[in-house]
Write a protein that binds this ligand. Structure first.
Ligand SMILES: N[C@@H](CCC(=O)N[C@@H](CS)C(=O)NCC(=O)O)C(=O)O
Length: 216
């Protein structure tokens, strides 16, 4: 199994957590997003969207999109399960996960920030404001759900670590990158802090990966 990864990638962080929870340790192939290596023709042949993560096993095909990869890992390595059994609980977990991975994260990835800067001449402060805005939009939604819904427990869905917790962890790591204060989001922060104590989350953290700086 090979994982195309980069320390800073929040989507790959999600997959790294799932791999660790499942006890899987693929070979890691770096795609340096700061140097633009995601746009190299060699990597474009791996993932035409020029984005990581991508995961490939010997017999292929290449798997892409963090949530699809995580569900694949969950289906092929069922222990520990990352989705609850009950259909409504599964939908809730997927909904919380998609707030992060589908509503917020795609708006703040390098290609979008670079397009704002190059095509619309938005300066660094403006791009930062954009990223913070979409980051907070997701945090507001997550906090509203998690602080009011009876299903919330130690984790997003009761006492079981699910894909929603993986996504919350990535949102909180992103908040650090984009200097978003977590004080208005105490439930999100509490769940992320609990997850951070789990070795599978801790080892997967962006700042623990090869090439990462000590802090951002
Ligand atoms: N929706 C995708 C997002 C993939 C994605 O955009 N990954 C980022 C890193 S977190 C990337 O590789 N970006 C490259 C770019 O924007 O140029 C997922 O969840 O896997």
């Amino acid at each position: 199994m090979k994982l195309f990864s980069f320390w800073r990638s929040l989507a790959t962080y999600r997959v790294r957590i799932a791999l660790n929870l499942k006890g899987l340790a693929p070979e890691v192939i770096e795609v340096n997003l700061i140097k633009g290596h995601q746009r190299d023709p060699k990597f474009k042949a791996v993932n035409p969207m020029m984005a990581i993560p991508a995961l490939v096993e010997a017999d292929g095909p290449v798997l892409f999109e963090s949530l699809a990869i995580i569900e694949y890992l969950d289906e092929t390595h069922p222990n520990p399960p990352l989705l609850p059994k009950e259909p409504k609980a599964r939908a809730q977990v997927r909904g919380l996960s998609q707030i992060v991975a589908c509503d917020s994260h795609p708006l703040i990835v390098p290609r979008v920030r670079e397009y704002l800067a190059h095509e619309f001449k938005i300066d660094e402060a403006g791009v930062m404001k954009w990223a913070q805005h979409w980051h907070r939009a997701a945090l507001n939604g997550l906090e509203e759900h998690l602080s009011t819904e009876k299903e919330t427990g130690t984790y997003c869905e009761g006492e079981q670590i699910t894909i929603a917790d993986i996504c919350v962890a990535s949102q909180v790591a992103g908040a650090g990158f984009f200097k978003v204060d977590l004080a208005p989001y105490p439930t999100v922060a509490r769940i992320a802090a609990t997850c951070a104590k789990n070795d599978a989350f801790a080892r997967a953290h962006p700042l623990k990966q090869p090439g990462a700086p000590a802090a951002v």
